[in-house]
Each structure stands twice: as structure tokens, then as C-alpha cells.
Design a protein around this ligand. Sequence first.
Ligand code: HEC
Length: 109
Amino acid sequence: MPGHIRFPVLWRAGLAMFFGLGLGLGLGLGLARAQTPPLAEGPGRDTVEAACAVCHSLSYIQMNAKFLGPDVWKAEVAKMRGVFGAPIDDTAAAEIVAYLVARYGVAKP
Ligand code: HEC
């Protein structure tokens, strides 16, 4: 039965692909992280970096910076907490919103 011979070969190829993909993703993420420009200086920056980089790159903030006004940043942080379950308490959230509005907000939403 040729099937008996082919199966382990395929299985091994699958394994190699699996680990190859993992390595590729890991390297890719590492590079993406290294290339993310640092957040703007300002009070609250450390809080933002600690709270917001858990799940995704901080470049999400930078990519949206040109579009979001104070209300939208507030809603954005509320969404990260409510919908996605970000572990951020009220004090930290207020600090984060203030920072985002000051450094990455537009005057008019
Ligand atoms: C618990 C995980 C988690 C944490 C912590 C988190 N986010 Fe997110 N964030 C997500 C997910 C999930 C998405 C949407 C899916 C995607 O595109 O990856 C997202 C998307 C975004 C976006 C893109 C716009 C949007 O609404 O999809 C912005 C901006 C953003 N996050 C900002 C923040 C900020 C600011 C913080 C810190 C206060 C933060 N995130 C913390 C999970 C998280």
C-alpha cells in the first residue's frame, strides 16, 4: 500500500511547515515591533505602553492618530476594556485618554 509510505512523509512535511510558519511569524512580529516608532513623550506614556502593547502593536495608536478626537479616543479605550477585556482600571484609563487626546488627538472629531 503506497499510502502507508506516503503518510509519514506528508506528516513530517506538515510539521516542518508548522514550525517554519511559527518561526516566520515570530520573526515578522519581532521586526514589526522593532520598527514601531516610539510613542510621543508626555505624561502617561509609560501607562499607555504598559496597558496597550499587551495585545497589539502601539502603532495602532499612531495609525489612528490623525482621525480621532477626544470623544473617540475615550470610546476607543472603553472598547479595549469592555469588548476586548483589556485589564485597565479607571485611574489608568483616565490617564491614558488624557495622554492620547493630548498627543494623538485632533481638535475636532
Ligand atoms: C485585551 C487586548 C487589547 C488591549 C489591552 C488593547 N487593545 Fe486595542 N485592540 C484590540 C483588538 C482585538 C483590536 C481590533 C482587532 C485588530 O485589528 O487587531 C484592537 C484595535 C485597536 C485600535 C484600532 C481601531 C479599532 O478600534 O479597531 C486602536 C486605535 C487600539 N486598539 C488602541 C488601543 C489602546 C489605546 C489601548 C490601551 C488603552 C489598547 N488598544 C489596548 C485589543 C486590545
